[in-house]
Structures are given as C-alpha cells and as structure tokens.
Design a protein around this ligand. Structure first.
Ligand code: ADP
Ligand code: MG
Length: 145
C-alpha cells in the first residue's frame, strides 16, 4: 500500500503548552483533530483523548510551572499513528515503579492516570529524574486506509 495514501495534511505536529486547567481540554481537541485527519477509529480517538487528558492533567497538578504536550502523526511499516509526548521541568518522580501502579497517587488523585495511559496506548515510555523533570511518550497506531 502506498505510503502517500495515508499522508496527513498536517505532518508538522502541534505543541500545546499546559499551564492552565482549560489547556487540558485544548490538548484533547487537538489530538482528536489530528487523529481524525489520519482516519483513526472512534475507539482509538477516545483512547487518545483520555490519554492526553491524563498526561496534561499530570502536567497541571504535579508540577509548578506546567509543561508541554507535543502531538504528531507518526508512520511505521505503512501504518500511520499518533504520538503524544508530555514533557516538563517539574519535580520529577522519585519512584517510577510505584507511580505506574494502579491507585498510586501523591496528591489524592485516583492514581489511574499513568497506568491507564500505558494500557490504552500501543506504546508507552516514561523517564523521570528528580529535580529535572518528567518525559512520557505514547503512540497509538491505526491502519492505512
Ligand atoms: N509530570 C509529573 N511530574 C511529577 N510527578 C508526576 C507527574 N506525573 C505523575 N506524577 C506522579 O505519579 C503519580 C501517579 O500519577 P497518575 O497515575 O497520573 O495518578 P494521579 O495523577 O491521580 O495521582 C502522581 O501522584 C505523581 O506523584
Ligand atoms: Mg494523573
């Protein structure tokens, strides 16, 4: 199948800065539009919208100055997908293994955000250093149509 067939009109990606609560909704709208542009299924779009909302919420609730959500179309083996990258220069996470457990929270949240994103997305990576910041990248793949 030709790769040009699943080309998106917007290959450059979108950066949403998360410093206020309403920016969470902005990141959800942006990921939905990007996912629609490459024809992802409704189920995948809901997974992406939930994942970006959890990551953006973490930027807002667990850092002092917020961070960025970068959204882009990615391609591999003739498939198109959406990549969500969350980055911040916040306090970092001291114990990543604990942070990835269901119900683990340090500020009274549900504690389902990070493990939920890992389950909803096809690929998930997280890195964090105390005093430096946190970086998460997650991808959802669709089919070329
Ligand atoms: N960007 C971040 N910076 C610092 N700590 C974070 C960040 N994201 C998550 N954490 C830590 O990981 C924990 C688990 O996150 P999460 O699963 O989203 O649950 P919740 O946000 O409900 O606490 C948080 O309570 C917090 O301690
Ligand atoms: Mg959270």
């Amino acid at each position: 199948m030709s790769d040009t067939k699943c080309k998106s009109r917007d290959e450059s990606g979108v950066v949403v800065t998360i410093t206020e609560e309403w920016h969470v909704g902005k990141s959800q709208r942006a990921v939905k539009m990007l996912a629609l542009s490459i024809g992802l299924s409704q189920v995948s779009i809901y997974s992406l919208a939930t994942s970006v909302s959890e990551l953006a919420n973490n930027l807002f609730f667990h850092t002092n100055y917020g961070g960025t959500i970068t959204l882009k179309v990615v391609r591999k083996n003739g498939r198109a997908g959406i990549e969500i990258a969350a980055a911040d220069k916040g306090p970092g996470i001291a114990d990543l293994d604990s942070a990835m457990l269901d119900s683990f929270t340090t500020n009274g949240g549900l504690g389902g955000g990070l493990p939920g994103v890992e389950r909803l997305m096809d690929e998930f990576e997280i890195a964090s250093q105390v005093g430096v910041g946190t970086w998460v990248v997650a991808r959802k793949w669709g089919k070329c149509s």
